[in-house]
Design a protein. Structure first.
Lengths: 168, 279
C-alpha cells in the first residue's frame, strides 16, 4: 500500500534533488496539520487507483488547479513510529471516502521525519486538463455528479463527457 | 560613430546589444537574434514592447526625433561571450544597466544607471504612435493585483480555494493586460513580490480567459521558464499547461533539456507531452 499526499512540486524540487542535505523548510508547508493530524490517502502499489484518487481530491476544488501528489510506501512512514487511523476523506466521490487516513499524534519532529520520507518518494503531476479528464471519467462511471462540481470545473469537464453520461 | 545601428531610416529603431559597448546583451527573452536589427515603429510598439522588453521611447531635448533607449546589461566579457551564452532572461541587480541613445542617425552616448533609477521608467512605453495608460489606472490595477498576490503568500492560500483567479479574470476582462503584466513583472524583479507570489500569478495567468491578451500571456509564461527560481519555472509550466497553446511546445522542450532539478524536468516534459497529444 502507498500513501499519497497532495503537494506543490515546486516546494519539493530542491529537497528531492539534494537528498544528502537536511530537509529544507519549504516542504513542511505542504504538511499542514490539524489537531496534530496529517491527511493522507491510500493508493494501490500498482497505482491502478491513482486516477480515481485525483478525481476524488479534485471533486472538492473550487477553482481550477493542477494536482500534484507525493507517494510513499506505507511501511516507510509506519516504520518511523507514526500511527494512523481511518477517517472519512473530504471528497464528493462517496466510495473514495474510505481510502482516507489521518496520521495522528504528530510532533514537529515527526513532520520533519515525514518530509524526509516524502522527498524520497515518487511525485505525480496532473495539470488542470489532466485533472478534468479524471473528473470526467468519474462522472462517466457515475461515481460523481457533475452538478456537484464548481462552475469552473464543470465548464472544463462537461465538454469531455460522452453523451448520456451525465451533465450537459 | 559608424555602427550599422545608426544607419536607419526614419521610423525605424535599432534593437540590439551594442557592439559599441564591447559587451552586453539585449534584454529581450523572446528574441533569439542577438545581433543588431532594425524594426519599424509598429513592430517596436506592437511586438517588442508588450513582450516586456525594457525599452522606453523619449524625445531628446532640442529635437523632435523619437528615439529608442535600449537597456542592456553589460558584464565586460566581450562579444564572443555574448554570442555563445545568448541572452540573460532577466536583468540582474548586480550588472550595470545602460541606456543608450541615437539621435539623427548618430549614437550620442550611453549612460550607466542603477536599477532603482531604471525601475520607475520601464513600466510602459510612450511615443507619438501609442497612448500611455493614465498613471492612476496603471497604478491602481497593478497595485490591486500586487497586494492580492502578497496576501496570497502571506495567508498561505491555495489555488483550489483562493479567489485570486476571479480577480485576475476581472482585471484582464477590463483591459490593461499589458500594463498589468509589466507591473507584476516589475514587482517581482524589484522583489516586492516573492517567487511564490509571482508563481501564483503565473499559474493564474494561464487560466485567464481573455483572447486579446493571449499572446502577451503566452510570452510572459515562456519568459518565466528561464527564471532563476524553481517555484517560478514550475508555475510557468503549470500556467502554460492551462493555456494549452502549442506555440509553447518548443520553449517547454528547451526548458526541460536545460532543467537541472529532476522534478521540474518531469513537470516540463509532462506539460510538453500534454500539448503534443491527448491527455
Amino acid at each position: 500500500m502507498l500513501l499519497a499526499r497532495k503537494v506543490l512540486v515546486a516546494k519539493w524540487a530542491k529537497a528531492h534533488a539534494e537528498l544528502d542535505a537536511p530537509v529544507p523548510a519549504d516542504p513542511l508547508g505542504d504538511l499542514k496539520t490539524d489537531n496534530n493530524e496529517l491527511s493522507v490517502w491510500e493508493v494501490a502499489d500498482d497505482l491502478a487507483d491513482l486516477d480515481d484518487l485525483i478525481a476524488a481530491m479534485a471533486s472538492v476544488f473550487e477553482n481550477l488547479s493542477s494536482c500534484d501528489v507525493a507517494l510513499v510506501s506505507e511501511d516507510s512512514v509506519l516504520s518511523r513510529g507514526i500511527g494512523w487511523r481511518s477517517s472519512p476523506g473530504y471528497t464528493r466521490i462517496a466510495r473514495a471516502e474510505a481510502r482516507h487516513r489521518d496520521l495522528h499524534s504528530l510532533t514537529g519532529a515527526d513532520l520533519v521525519s515525514i518530509a524526509e520520507v516524502f522527498r524520497r518518494g515518487s511525485f505525480h503531476m496532473f495539470q488542470d486538463r489532466e485533472v478534468a479528464v479524471r473528473l470526467a471519467a468519474a462522472v462517466t462511471r457515475r461515481d460523481l455528479d457533475v452538478d456537484k462540481l464548481s462552475r469552473k470545473w464543470k465548464a472544463l469537464v462537461v465538454p469531455l463527457l460522452l453523451p448520456n453520461t451525465g451533465g450537459a | 560613430m559608424s555602427h550599422p545601428a545608426t544607419q536607419r531610416s526614419a521610423g525605424e529603431h535599432f534593437l540590439g546589444a551594442g557592439p559599441f559597448l564591447g559587451s552586453g546583451r539585449l534584454y529581450h527573452p523572446a528574441d533569439t537574434s542577438l545581433d543588431s536589427k532594425t524594426v519599424s515603429d509598429d513592430q517596436l510598439i506592437q511586438h517588442y514592447v508588450p513582450l516586456g522588453m525594457m525599452t522606453q521611447l523619449r524625445e531628446l531635448p532640442g529635437g523632435n526625433d523619437v528615439v529608442p533607449i535600449l537597456i542592456v546589461d553589460g558584464n565586460g566579457t566581450g562579444l564572443e561571450d555574448r554570442f555563445d551564452r545568448k541572452y540573460e532572461p532577466y536583468i540582474s541587480l548586480e550588472h550595470p544597466i545602460f541606456t543608450f541613445s541615437i539621435v539623427a542617425n548618430n549614437l550620442v552616448g550611453y549612460t550607466n544607471i542603477g536599477f532603482d533609477e531604471l525601475q520607475p521608467k520601464v513600466r510602459f512605453v510612450s511615443s507619438a504612435a501609442t497612448t500611455r495608460l493614465p498613471d492612476e489606472q496603471y497604478d491602481s490595477t497593478g497595485d490591486v493585483l500586487t497586494d492580492r498576490l502578497i496576501r496570497f503568500e502571506r495567508d498561505q492560500e491555495d489555488d483550489t480555494t483562493s479567489d485570486l483567479q476571479d480577480l485576475m479574470d476581472t482585471l484582464f476582462e477590463n483591459g490593461g493586460s499589458a500594463s498589468l503584466t509589466l507591473s507584476t513583472k516589475d514587482a517581482y524583479m524589484s522583489r516586492t513580490l516573492s517567487p511564490t507570489a509571482y508563481g501564483a500569478y503565473l499559474r493564474s495567468l494561464g487560466r485567464v480567459v481573455d483572447g486579446p491578451s493571449l499572446a502577451l500571456r503566452l510570452q510572459t509564461l515562456v519568459d518565466a521558464l528561464r527564471d532563476a527560481h524553481p517555484a517560478v519555472r514550475d508555475a510557468a509550466a503549470v500556467g502554460l499547461a492551462a493555456l494549452g497553446s502549442h506555440r509553447a511546445l518548443q520553449a517547454l522542450q528547451d526548458a526541460a533539456t536545460r532543467e537541472r532539478l529532476p522534478l521540474l524536468r518531469q513537470r516540463l516534459s509532462g506539460v510538453a507531452a500534454q500539448l503534443l497529444g491527448p491527455t
